[in-house]
Ligand binder design. Structure first.
Ligand code: BTN
Length: 245
């Protein structure tokens, strides 16, 4: 990964730029990375705060020969790669919050946004958007309670280039493993880093709120939740919270 890199000073969104690149023939593993995004996008049409020189704002383009329903697995593969890269570079121990957040001390340091160009039975390209808060010293008021950076948690600046290199190395390794051997081992790593598994959680979905124990994820990245009546629910999309005792 990263043999072809489009490095930008400022861009509305690396994700938007990557979607444009994906329309043309591109090299597998092409990266779009920017110092600043003026219109960074998060999940569910949220904005993603991406100030200059402080974070890692990048999109990775892949072209796996797979059906589109496999795409959510790429979010999980990416999360495992990022957690391990952060551990290695900073010594901090982040946790994964299903489906795509990485937290430190309960606050968000990383968001992952996996998007596709595909037809009904074949992926044409997968675009994995990665946003990591690295060296911010403070956040705007509306984010203060929910977001943090690696520098705030570690108490010193962290090298963005070292972290990018480590993420790409890990992601490449897991991507190769996944294409050769499938998802089983990566799923195990994911569950090890996801502290919500085995705990009581609240899941807010578009159709309502569910309470219960998070049992684990399926091969497709679907969250299994056991409610108080003993019914198991499949959760495809939600915001989850670990219940306080
Ligand atoms: C989320 O948690 O909602 C996902 C956030 C994803 C942010 C990254 S930053 C690089 C890429 N470009 C974007 O506009 N968004 C993603």
């Amino acid at each position: 990964l990263g043999k072809e890199i489009l490095a930008l000073d400022s861009t509305p969104s690396t994700q938007k730029e990557a979607h444009r690149l994906a329309q043309e023939p591109f090299k597998e593993g092409t990266i779009v990375i920017a110092e600043e995004q003026t219109a960074g996008r998060g999940r569910m049409t949220r904005a993603w705060h991406s100030p200059k020189y402080t974070g890692i704002w990048m999109s990775v383009l892949l072209r796996p020969s797979l059906p589109p329903y496999k795409a959510p697995q790429f979010t999980l593969i990416t999360a495992v790669a990022i957690v391990e890269a952060i551990m290695e570079v900073t010594g901090l121990q982040p946790e994964i919050k299903w489906p795509n957040d990485i937290l430190l001390n309960g606050k968000k340091i990383t968001g992952i946004l996996t998007e596709l160009q595909a037809d009904a039975d074949q992926i044409h390209s997968i675009i994995i958007g990665i946003g990591i808060n690295v060296n911010q010293k403070e956040f705007p008021d509306e984010l203060k309670e929910i977001a943090t950076s690696l520098a705030i948690e570690k108490g010193e600046a962290v090298s963005r280039s070292q972290l990018v290199q480590e993420i790409l190395k890990k992601l490449e390794g897991y991507y190769e493993e996944y294409m050769k051997e499938g998802f089983a081992n990566i799923k195990k790593c994911w569950e090890k880093y996801a502290l919500s598994i085995g705990k009581k959680i609240t899941a807010r979905t578009v159709t309502g709120t569910l309470h219960g124990k998070a049992l684990g994820i399926t091969e497709e990245g679907v969250l299994k939740l056991l409610d108080e009546e003993g019914t198991i629910h499949d959760i495809y999309s939600a915001d989850i919270e670990i219940d306080k005792k």
